[in-house]
Design a protein around this ligand. Structure first.
Ligand SMILES: [Zn+2]
Length: 443
């Protein structure tokens, strides 16, 4: 199975259910983008990750309450991403639990809520397909779909009451012995929870059933692959018998878990090392994105398919994370501004109309990427939203519906809808203006 068929089939792992993983450990899968995990203790329970919204959290809590209605003694955030922290108040209720995270979490929450909110919001909306109609939406790659609260609802995030800054912290909560281990990976504040008695490891986002998202197109800081691989080594050293990730299904059996985590680690290291080797040969990010691939041994593993992260985006992130934005080509030091470049390209094509014909042709011939690139030049030359925008929308749609990567699919389809909307809005505004000016002339 390839492309969108494979992505659609991948959705089966997000069936809504609460799974009893081991004695006293339950995970809710499929209630939203992320999982939430409940650990039963003697006189209370512990919740690890709290979903992305009060709405998603309420649905999970109702299920958990049926299994174990004891008070919540602690909430643990595996990391700062919204899908793990935004339902905390629902689980806390009136129980006044201790809320535990790594010491870096508050600063990272502030980054996404504060200074860069406006930059990240539209990209988030596209990546997660938040506004896509259900007929366009397959799944989010690591969960069925982001479940958000309605407009105007207040945040259900509860700031941590206890910050961890040591590599490993031993705790006993509600009679349960646990170790919280700093394990940077998808984020720098990532921790995993190790329950030595039951040999259960709660992995946070350091493992899920898809190629790891070493870069998120919604816009995230550099995720150092070496640290992520080292964290997987730490997880392997625990020799877990149960692995419960915060996205996708739990895994059972020491041998199976060792195999899966080893492959995951090796995939990350291989992509990193291949990229560095290519950088040392003087290759550019574009050249490396084309060249680097998973080793044959790993390429077909179901948990390394590009449903969420992709190798080529990881390669570009590794390049930028180590050498910055400049690809080494002197022509790119001070490139022509987009409009000036577009004017010259149109001239080369024999004029703007000829360029437009070429773009239409590319679309008809199924050269969707090229059609989108041609449309970019045409859009740079058009004063108002019009045919180039609709042409690009068609190209993006065609690219989107063929994608195996959920983030790419959602981003393409959302961007296409935005372009169509811009043209519709422009037409409606122009029609209104024409009516108004006619009205003035013929009172
Ligand atoms: Zn997550």
């Amino acid at each position: 199975m390839e492309g969108a068929d494979s992505l659609a089939a991948h959705g089966a792992i997000f069936k809504k259910q609460v799974i009893r993983v081991a004695e006293g450990v339950h995970v809710a899968v499929g209630f939203g983008l992320a999982n939430s995990i409940m650990i039963e203790g003697e006189d209370g329970r512990i919740i690890v990750d709290t979903m992305e919204s009060a709405r998603a959290a309420r649905a999970v809590k109702a299920e958990f309450d049926r299994i174990c209605p004891k008070p919540v003694r602690a909430i643990i955030y595996t990391h700062n991403h919204y899908d793990h922290i935004m339902g905390a108040a629902v689980f806390a209720g009136d129980d006044r639990p201790e809320v535990i995270s790594h010491a870096l979490l508050p600063k990272l929450v502030e980054r996404s809520q504060g200074a860069l909110r406006q930059a990240m919001l539209p990209r988030n909306i596209r990546q997660f397909g938040i506004l896509l109609p259900s007929e366009d939406f397959l799944n989010a790659g690591i969960g069925p779909r982001l479940v958000l609260d309605g407009r105007g609802s207040s945040s259900s995030f509860v700031p941590p009451t206890r910050l961890l800054d040591r590599p490993r912290t031993q705790l006993r909560i509600a009679g349960v012995d646990m170790q919280l281990v700093h394990a940077p990976g998808e984020t720098d504040d990532q921790i995993y929870v190790w329950l030595p008695e039951q040999r259960v490891l709660l992995a946070g986002d350091n493992f899920y059933w898809a190629f790891p998202n070493l870069y998120a197109i919604r816009g995230t800081p550099y995720r150092d692959p070496r640290l992520w691989a080292d964290s997987l080594d730490k997880m392997l050293a625990e020799r877990p018998a149960f692995l419960v990730p915060s996205h996708s299904l739990p895994l059972v059996g020491e041998d199976r878990i060792r195999e899966v985590l080893t492959d995951y680690r090796d995939a990350i290291r291989s992509v990193y090392e291949q990229t560095l080797a290519g950088m040392n040969e003087g290759l550019s990010p574009d050249e490396l994105a084309e060249r680097v691939a998973l080793p044959e041994r790993l390429a077909d593993k179901p948990y390394l398919q590009p449903y969420y992260g992709t190798v080529s985006w990881a390669v570009r992130a590794i390049y930028a994370g180590n050498l910055g934005w400049f690809d080494g080509n002197a022509s790119h030091l001070f490139p022509l501004p987009p409009k000036q470049e577009a004017e010259r390209i149109a001239d080369l094509a024999g004029g703007t109309d000829a360029l437009l014909r070429k773009a239409r042709q590319a679309l008809e011939q199924g050269e969707y990427q090229w059609a989108a690139q041609l449309a970019d030049w045409l859009m740079a030359l058009s004063a108002e939203p019009g045919e180039p925008h609709l042409l690009k929308a068609k190209a993006l749609r065609a690219l989107g519906v063929r994608q195996q990567n959920a983030n790419a699919r959602n981003y393409y389809l959302a961007a296409a809808r935005e372009l169509q909307f811009a043209v519709r809005r422009h037409k409606a505004n122009s029609a209104r203006q024409t009516d108004a000016s006619r009205g003035e002339k013929n009172p």
